[in-house]
Write a protein that binds this ligand. Structure first.
Ligand code: TA6
Length: 266
């Protein structure tokens, strides 16, 4: 179950078949994703960092693992191609005895990673292969490298969000000195298709598609999360393309695509 590598020019992506999860994306040697130094890579537990795939549910469920079983399932490679201008890796997950025991529906999910020299496009396509409709929630739970002490996301200014920490609906501050986002943060922001994350001289442009919300998460210093290394919460912000507001119903034979693209600009 070794990680898979995908390269396009100076852009290098590493993906774990366990979870179908991106672990690292380096552009010109600069890491763009965050992976905890204490991440459990044994293939038995969720991996803390990179881009975990949350499916068929986002968040906690009455029964079943947090964020669903996709991130702790073994995905199969179904396509890998590389040209001088683009590289692509596609993995698939289908229902099995173990998924049916947790969620009694037939499905197929594919995750595709497409690399160009300055962009990583991540596309989760979910298909109902059952003879009955079913509903799901999901997220591309991207952990992005960020210097939290100086982090500023102006795109959040004044936006409404659901604060999961206090189960309340709020507005982000829109004052000139607003800390955006405040940390700790666990915010479900309806819509929001585009935002930019500045890092030093470069900026990461984030585009979400097929989502109903962008989730903004950082647990802050008092997190008590065992697999976030000491001080690790100062190094990332999760900006997630999510179906988190309402379960999305899929008819038999139909599909939905949830996507996020990350592009480096100067
Ligand atoms: O996306 C934010 C969130 O749902 C938070 O509520 C927080 O718990 C986080 O994900 C991490 O969840 P995990 O199950 O990976 O510890």
């Amino acid at each position: 179950m070794s990680p898979l590598s995908l390269r396009c020019a100076d852009s290098l992506l590493t993906v774990s078949p366990f979870g179908g999860q991106a672990l690292s994306w380096q552009v010109n040697g600069e890491e763009q994703l965050w992976l905890s130094r204490d991440a459990d890579l044994s293939g038995h537990h969720p991996i803390r960092g990179g881009v975990p795939l949350c499916f068929p549910w986002f968040g906690k469920a009455a029964s079943g693992p947090s964020h669903g079983f996709a991130r702790t399932s073994l995905w199969q490679v179904i396509e890998q191609l590389s040209t001088p201008t683009e590289a692509r890796l596609v993995l698939a997950l289908r229902d099995s005895e173990s998924t049916l025991a947790l969620w009694p529906h037939h499905f197929e999910a594919t995750i595709s990673y497409t690399l160009t020299p300055d962009t990583l496009a991540i596309t989760l396509r979910v298909t109902n292969t059952d003879d009955q409709p079913w509903a799901f929630t999901a997220a591309l739970h991207s952990y992005l490298q960020a210097e939290v002490a100086t982090l500023h996301l102006p795109a959040l200014s004044g936006l409404p969000y659901h604060d999961k920490l206090e189960n309340a609906d709020r507005l982000f501050d829109d004052g000139p000195d607003a800390k955006l986002p405040p940390i700790p943060v666990d915010a479900i922001v309806p819509g929001l298709a585009q935002l930019a994350l500045r890092q030093g001289d470069t900026s990461l442009q984030i585009h979400n598609r097929g989502h109903d919300a962008t989730v903004v998460w950082n647990p802050g210093p008092a997190h008590g999360i065992g697999d976030v290394h000491f001080g690790g919460e100062q190094e990332f912000i999760c900006l997630e393309s999510a179906l988190a507001l309402e379960p999305l119903r899929l008819e038999p034979g139909s599909s939905h695509t949830l996507a996020q693209s990350l592009s480096i600009s100067g």
